[in-house]
Design a protein around this ligand. Sequence first.
Ligand code: AM3
Length: 477
Amino acid sequence: MLSCFVASSQDLFISLSHQIEGAFLEDGKSLSNWDVFTHRQGSVNGENGDIADDHYHRYLEDIEIMHSMRINAYRFSISWSRILPRGRFGEINAAGVSFYNKILDILLLKGIEPFVTICHHDFPQELEVRYGSWLSPQMQEDYVHYAETCFKIFGDRVKYWVTINEPNLFADMAYIRGHYPPAHCSEPFGNCSVGNSDVEPLTVMHNMLLSHAKAAKLYRDSYQAKQEGVIGLVVSAMMYEPLNENEFDRDAVNRALAFNVAWALDPIVFGDYPPEMRQYHGNELPTFSAEETEYVKGSTDFIGINHYSTFYAQDCIHSSCILGGDRPIRGFVYTTIERNGVPIGDPTGMPRFFVVPRGMEEIVNYVKERYHNMPMYILENGYSPPRKQDVQVQELLHDDKRIEFHKAYLASLARAIRDGADVRGYFVWSLMDNYEWAEGYSPMFGLYYIDRQTLKRIPKLSAKCFPPHNPIGPRND
Ligand code: AM3
């Protein structure tokens, strides 16, 4: 058996979100974009989040699990459709408020710091139907109204706010690949119900960033002094390495990072989109007015990083690339997971995700250098084992590979921290196996296994290893 982790001086946390709640139409919650998408026949192999981990009814047990593990922080998201089922067109749902009030109160009682994400991929379907959600500037009004509702009701207890989860991944998955609702897609991902132009993902990101910035300004102007919290954004931050060791592919790495990570972060730190994108998109890329630049720039107190894997990047300006690689060719970059037929790392259960621990140090250093070493939190990092037919539960529970994964990624993170990166926390994705968006229940990222028949929570081997700086192990009481 593998040993647990070496003690670390950093605080180490753990995370998960509403992919666990279930109770999809209970107590006044409305249909979300995901409820509608997954109920549409075949959208996610017939699987949906109707029950998920039934956390809505089992939150006491789940927080007790966290407490027993001596976890010191918990990241979760609030379901927009539970709090404002009709967005700004209806009333606050008291039952939804009461659910999160209970969670926050118990977490604090147990000494667990809540990190709260306001919008994590989901929102009331009514906003999609009325005006096309993130494609419309109207979504900014709805988002700010919702965010303020959260600050007012929960802000006395929440000291760490994340405005929007992974706007870059959402824009890509929902408006380029068509894997997330509303499933718009562009070439070469032509196999979805609604075609779009290249501009849609740019518009979606623009509305998300303006929503983030307006909410952050409101928080800072009216709540921060009294509530003494911080507010930030989290990006999906994959790493890239040159496919071939030459200057062109190294440039392609920079463009891949610009078109993914800096797309979201440059505006909120510097006030404008990355020059690399401006050069490629020209006038297609939206612009911020002088007034918008004022509040978009510097609108984050910290940078949240979700990191899972690394890809190879190949330049497509000076060499011809095969259209239809792992990603659309944005910024003339083709990304792939193999070099000369050799995969970049060991496989995982997520398509295109490989185990490449050095990527953690590399991505943290990239963010550190580009954004002048702002405070960073690793808000997601985790491992799902390669999927197998008829896998035995015992095999899933004996998750040496997950332990190895976190050991290696934490060692890589520790190197970046020793080199001066201001990383203040690390959250594991995730506490329990849960409903993984476009992939359904097959990926199993949890430190706890969920029996899908009984919904019993069963600790995997890795659960005994967290948090790693805990010298005495989990509680037995
Ligand atoms: O589902 C969570 C994790 C697990 O895998 C979480 O809710 C998300 O914030 C986050 O995006 N997570 C995740 N991402 C994988 C997304 C697959 C994208 C594949 C694109 C490959 C370039």
